[in-house]
Design a protein around this ligand. Structure first.
Ligand SMILES: [Ca+2]
Length: 142
C-alpha cells in the first residue's frame, strides 16, 4: 500500500517531491496497533530505480497513550488535557487522536471513550482499529 497525500493508505503510488511531502502523519484503518511494518521510500519517479532499503516502524499498543504499558486513568487524563490543546508528557495531537478509524485530527470525548472502553477490555468497535499514527519522514533513505 502507498501513502496518500492526506496520510491515508491507498493502492496507487503517489509521487511528489520531498519538499512537498515534508513530514506526513500516516493514519489508516489498515494500520494495526502493536505491529511492525516495513516502510520504504520509492524515489523512482524522480531518480529512476532508486528505492530505499526498508526500515521497520512499530506502532504503539492500542490506547496506551502514556506508553507505560498500562491502560488506565492516566491515559484518560492525558487525552482530557489534549482536548484543551494541552499536550504534556510528550503527547501530540497524533498520539492522542484514536478515533475514528481515519483520524480526524480532533481530540474529543470520542477519543476519551475509546481509552475508557480499552480499560475494561472492550474491543474496539471496528474490525481494523486505527493505530497510533506513526511519523514517516519522506525522501531518500540511504
Ligand atoms: Ca479524534
Amino acid at each position: 500500500m502507498f501513502v496518500q497525500p492526506d496520510g491515508t493508505l491507498g493502492e496507487e503510488a503517489v509521487a511528489q517531491l520531498p519538499e512537498t511531502w515534508n513530514t506526513i502523519f500516516v493514519g489508516d484503518q489498515h494500520i494495526i496497533p502493536d505491529s511492525v511494518y516495513e516502510v520504504q521510500s520509492d524515489c523512482s519517479a524522480i531518480f529512476p530505480g532508486l528505492v530505499s532499503q526498508s526500515i521497520p516502524v512499530s506502532t504503539k499498543v492500542w490506547a496506551d497513550v502514556t506508553e507505560d504499558g498500562e491502560i488506565d486513568f492516566s491515559d484518560v487524563l492525558l487525552i482530557i488535557d489534549g482536548t484543551d490543546g494541552n499536550f504534556r508528557d510528550g503527547a501530540t495531537l497524533q498520539s492522542l487522536d484514536l478515533f475514528p478509524c481515519i483520524p480526524d485530527r480532533v481530540i474529543n470525548e470520542d477519543d476519551i471513550s475509546v481509552v475508557k472502553d480499552a480499560m475494561i477490555f472492550y474491543p474496539f468497535p471496528v474490525e481494523h482499529p486505527v493505530s497510533y499514527i506513526f511519523l514517516l519522514r519522506t525522501g531518500p533513505v540511504f
